[in-house]
Design a protein around this ligand. Structure first.
Ligand SMILES: NC(=O)c1ccc[n+]([C@@H]2O[C@H](COP(=O)([O-])OP(=O)(O)OC[C@H]3O[C@@H](n4cnc5c(N)ncnc54)[C@H](OP(=O)(O)O)[C@@H]3O)[C@@H](O)[C@H]2O)c1
Length: 244
């Protein structure tokens, strides 16, 4: 694990100012990648950049609202040549279907799906031209299992997994691998209440909630040459929840 297999590569991690994204940024930096830390909060962005630099990595922060298509395109342009794209940033809003505000529904699909689509649209052709690249999207077990109150959020993640498979078909012939990680409940800065995460954690085979680093490990694997023959896959990192 000491081998820096991503030396000379640049990774863009969306939603890297917190939680799973921050852990993924650290894991990719530890593997030698230069990391572009994306988020909205410039102060936390600077803190993560400092953390990565202190660990010896090159890093910079780029701000963008993922719900705004123009800002997402600007983010992709400002990122430049990207070898590893981690579509992690996103929103989760749960609630009875009859009560979920349609604006929250639209905002979730914009941030969780449209932003990923736009980033892939701008960045994947360059990867294909260079003959290498790895795209990893962060899905959720909610994309697989029916959770009461999770129709819209689960819908965003089911769509992300479908796009992952289509992108694997589209870009695979030109050397770009596209995969997804589907976490179970994880303790992060998420607005999801802690008790709800703990209730979900209790339903997993391992009977607990995950830490962000446990999800980041799977992202690091997909990004690395150790996953050189893996594409179109969705890896459940959910304590066994979707297996039982
Ligand atoms: N936590 C869980 O239990 C869990 C389980 C399964 C899947 N996931 C998925 O894992 C991913 C990361 O979740 P997390 O729990 O680690 O999140 P988190 O701690 O709440 O952090 C979310 C990150 O995304 C950014 N972000 C959120 N909405 C954004 C928007 N509209 N525009 C730009 N940036 C935005 C935030 O940036 P700023 O704070 O700087 O604005 C932050 O960096 C999400 O896709 C989530 O659906 C989480």
């Amino acid at each position: 694990m000491d081998e820096k297999t991503l030396q000379g590569q640049t990774a863009l991690v969306t939603g890297a100012t917190s939680g799973i994204g921050r852990a993924a940024a650290n894991a990719l930096a530890a593997e030698g990648a230069t990391v572009i830390v994306h988020g909205r909060d410039a102060a936390r962005g600077a803190e993560v950049v400092e953390e990565l630099e202190a660990a010896g990595a090159d890093a910079r922060f780029l701000a963008a609202e993922l719900g705004d298509a123009g800002q997402v395109r600007e983010l992709a342009a400002a990122a430049g040549e990207v070898d590893i794209l981690v579509n992690n940033g996103g929103i989760s809003a749960f609630g009875p279907t009859a009560e979920l505000d349609i604006d929250r529904y639209e905002a979730m699909f914009a941030a969780n799906d449209r932003a990923a689509f736009l980033l892939v649209a701008v960045l994947a052709p360059g990867m294909a031209e260079r003959g290498r690249g790895s795209i990893i999207s962060v899905s959720s077990m909610a994309g697989r299992v029916g959770l009461a109150g999770g129709a819209a959020y689960g819908g965003t993640k089911g769509a992300l997994e479908a796009m992952t498979r289509a992108w694997a078909a589209e870009f695979g012939p030109r050397g770009v691998r596209v995969n997804a990680v589907a976490p179970g409940p994880v303790f992060t800065g998420t607005a999801t209440p802690r008790e709800f995460l703990e209730q979900l954690g209790a339903t997993t085979a391992l009977g607990r909630v995950a830490e962000p680093a446990e999800i980041a490990e799977a992202i690091r694997f997909f990004a690395s040459p150790r996953a050189s023959y893996v594409t179109g896959a969705v890896l459940a990192v959910d304590g066994g929840r979707t297996a039982i």
